[in-house]
Design a binder for this molecule. Structure first.
Ligand SMILES: Cc1cc2nc3c(=O)[nH]c(=O)nc-3n(C[C@H](O)[C@H](O)[C@H](O)COP(=O)(O)O)c2cc1C
Length: 181
């Protein structure tokens, strides 16, 4: 990626990479780090990116630690370092949990059959088990959709000629402002 010529093109580049992340498992944006209060961080797969709504979707197990953390405090952040583009993407927002709702059921129904299995693990995620071999996939369905409504997108592009940093906020209509790197 070349240094952004305008705030608009900078934000366009970020959304284009996020969209590609949903479709391309080899893209850096496919596996962002999700931070919740604690602080706690973990890798997740980006499942959907909706620029119009400014939302990102993540799938998880309804009893995962991150679900409890989000239920207690919906403030979340996501981070991507896209080495090919020399672009860091920092995303901040509020997460909404959808468990057993019509939306969650609809999203889950469109997942491949093999994927359903991981949301039917018989033990609670994080529970002590005697060995990995005893993991069984015969538990009740526990699919969770985490929908993050973004409030801020902060971008940092590194280049020999110059570094470019900008902050875009929902409250100002995503017009953005340049920041000192
Ligand atoms: C490459 C990779 C992708 C992952 N994708 C997800 C994911 O999409 N959703 C998820 O809940 N956990 C995912 N995990 C597992 C999490 O990183 C984490 O270990 C697990 O969800 C438990 O986290 P928690 O206790 O904070 O909920 C992924 C892990 C790796 C290494």
């Amino acid at each position: 990626m070349t240094p952004p010529a305008s705030l608009e093109s900078f934000l366009n580049a970020a959304w284009s990479r996020l969209s590609r992340g949903v479709a391309d498992p080899k893209s850096a944006c496919n596996r962002p780090t999700l931070a919740t209060t604690g602080p706690e961080m973990r890798t997740v797969v980006l499942r959907a990116a909706n620029r119009d709504a400014g939302t990102l979707d993540i799938h998880s197990h309804a009893q995962a630690g991150k679900i409890t953390q989000i239920a207690a405090d919906p403030a979340v952040a996501l981070h991507v370092w896209d080495a090919r583009a020399n672009l860091q993407i920092r995303l901040r927002g509020r997460a909404e949990l959808h468990i057993g709702t019509p939306l969650a059921k609809d999203v889950e129904s469109r997942l491949p059959a093999r994927t359903h299995e991981i949301y039917r693990i018989s033990q609670t995620p994080g529970a002590i088990i005697p060995s990995p071999e005893v993991t069984r996939f015969d538990g009740p369905p526990a699919f969770a959709l985490i929908r993050v409504t973004l409030d801020q997108i902060e971008l940092l592009h590194l280049d020999r000629s110059r570094h470019s940093r900008a902050l875009f906020c929902r409250e100002d209509g995503w017009t953005g402002s340049w920041r000192a790197p």
